[in-house]
Structure formats: structure tokens, C-alpha cells
Design a protein. Structure first.
Length: 77
């Protein structure tokens, strides 16, 4: 698998995460149970972190060989 193909996979994963976050936000708005809302908030927070990282990795794998691209220090060794 090439980095360009991997980038497409990360973007697809990010899209799926985004859809799920929207679904959970809708459920949170419909819920009146404070415990359930807290559980949903925690899940949304976790998925939001995963979404951010998937997007960052998509950009990194997309532009890895571009000399003008300044990589995120978080993903360098």
C-alpha cells in the first residue's frame, strides 16, 4: 500500500468518525438522562480526538514527499 492509498483510507476513516459523532450529538440532544448525556459526551470527546488524528495523518501521508510541507512535530521521530 502506498502513502497516497493510505491517505485515502485515513480520510474515509475520518468521514466515518464524523458521521458517528453527529449521530451521538443528536442522541445527546434527545436524551434527558444526565448519566446518559455524560456517557455520550465522553464518547464524543474520544471520537473527536480520533477524528483529529485521522485528519492529521491523512494530510501527513498525502504530503509526505512534498519538500515544502512542514510536518507536524507530533508525528516525527
Amino acid at each position: 500500500m502506498t502513502l497516497a492509498e493510505l491517505s485515502v483510507e485515513y480520510r474515509a476513516h475520518a468521514q466515518a468518525l464524523s458521521v458517528r459523532i453527529c449521530q451521538l450529538e443528536y442522541l445527546m440532544g434527545q436524551s434527558e438522562d444526565p448519566d446518559r448525556r455524560c456517557q455520550l459526551e465522553d464518547r464524543i470527546r474520544l471520537l473527536s480526538t480520533m477524528l483529529r488524528e485521522a485528519r492529521e495523518l491523512a494530510v501527513l501521508t498525502e504530503r509526505y514527499y512534498d519538500r515544502r510541507y512542514h510536518r507536524n512535530a507530533k508525528y516525527t521521530i
